[in-house]
Design a protein around this ligand. Structure first.
Ligand code: PMP
Length: 364
């Protein structure tokens, strides 16, 4: 029973939340809607899992997650005060928005910049935290125009590769944006960078630019979306500010199994490289097949593709029909991309079934 509804309503923070992709309980579907990795985590993780000390669950975890932080610092050859970890990169990005996007000029908050077609969580965090923002239109070919990011701003966030387009921006173009914005923090969200060409990450630039934060996740290339691990690599000053905000909100964000398994899988480089190469190969194969059916496929450097069906077919109808056949894609009813489907790359066998389904659908 709702009583005195109006008395507390005015004190409520009213927000329009982010809508995550569906997580149906049915295991018999082909689930290509949330960019998860189709391969399981490395054997290293399994070994560590059977080794979890149950008694330790009685205690609070290490608030600094030092095992994970140190492992990542070693892996990237940076110091441990250059690494921040969080509950998935969503947590890390949310913390970054809270911490760094508060620039004012003459008493006025400066807007942050991000592309108009991008990760749909960015405007949600901005709205929730009262951060003004301006979106910058992608070019006709769905790429980011680096010249759009030069005027005064309260910060910049760009995913590379971008989502949902899957298009990769050249490292020199990203550097152009970072170097031209010394007065604001630039976040490069590299959730999908491991599927892009070697050497494309801007982690190598963190010592060169003190305004750069690189955000990464275990959810895609490390096959661990379920454990919720993300991290940021930057300079010690930025990481300290992030930790100050984190400890002002929730100290024990990382649970013990995530810290332990997260540190373990980093050691299995061979499996990591192998699964990435499998996904990239399947992506290239599947892209060619879709093109042969008449689809328009944007050039992908991620573990998903963004594809529009041939003229005369509706992506939305196709999305619904696929679901009835147990195939889940992601569809965004949004200007300029409402005739595209975002399709995660799965195992070869699943992609073959998807191809057969699409071929039937188009020829019926
Ligand atoms: N950034 C981008 C661009 C994404 O697509 C996602 C996945 N939804 C995330 C960040 C967040 O991933 P996670 O919280 O699982 O690390």
């Amino acid at each position: 029973m709702i009583q005195n509804e109006n008395r507390w309503e005015s004190g409520v923070r009213k927000v329009i939340p982010y809508t995550p992709g569906e997580q149906p309980s049915d295991r018999n579907i082909i689930k290509l809607n949330t960019n998860e990795n189709p391969y399981g985590p490395s054997e290293e993780a399994l070994k560590q899992l059977s080794d979890i000390d149950m008694d330790s669950l009685r205690r609070y975890p290490d608030p600094t997650a030092s095992l994970l932080v140190e492992t990542l610092a070693d892996y990237y050859d940076v110091n441990k005060d250059q690494v921040f970890v969080g509950v998935g990169s969503d947590d890390v990005l949310g913390m970054c928005f809270m911490t760094f996007f508060n620039r004012e000029e003459s008493g006025k908050r400066l807007p942050i910049f991000f592309p108009d077609i991008t990760y749909s969580f960015y405007p949600v965090w901005a709205d929730m935290l009262g951060i003004p923002y301006e979106t910058k239109a992608l070019k006709e070919d769905y790429t980011i125009d680096k010249e759009d990011y030069l005027s005064e701003n309260g910060g910049i966030v760009i995913p590379n590769p971008n989502a949902p387009t899957a298009i990769y921006m050249d490292k020199s173009d990203i550097e152009y944006i970072i170097s031209n914005n010394p007065d604001s923090v630039v976040i490069i969200d590299e959730a999908y960078i491991d599927f892009a060409p070697e050497g494309s990450s801007v982690i190598s630039l963190i010592d060169k630019y003190d305004n750069l934060i690189v955000v990464r996740t275990y959810s895609k290339s490390r096959s661990m979306a379920g454990l919720r691990i993300g991290y940021a690599i930057s300079n010690p000053r930025i990481i300290k500010y992030l930790n100050d905000v984190k400890y002002s909100y929730n100290s024990y964000t990382m649970n013990y199994p995530s810290i332990k398994l997260g540190a373990a899988v980093v050691k299995d480089e061979e499996y990591f490289r192998k699964t990435i190469s499998w996904i990239v190969r399947t992506r290239e194969d599947f892209t060619e097949k879709l093109k042969s059916l008449g689809f328009t496929v944007l050039p992908s450097s991620a573990n998903f593709i963004f594809a529009a069906p041939p003229k005369g077919f509706s992506a939305e109808e196709l999305f619904e029909e696929a679901k009835k056949h147990g195939i889940y894609f992601r569809y965004f009813k949004q200007p300029r991309i409402d005739n595209f489907l975002r399709i995660t790359i799965g195992i070869d066998e699943d992609m073959r079934k998807v191809y057969e389904f699409l071929k039937d659908y188009l020829t019926k």
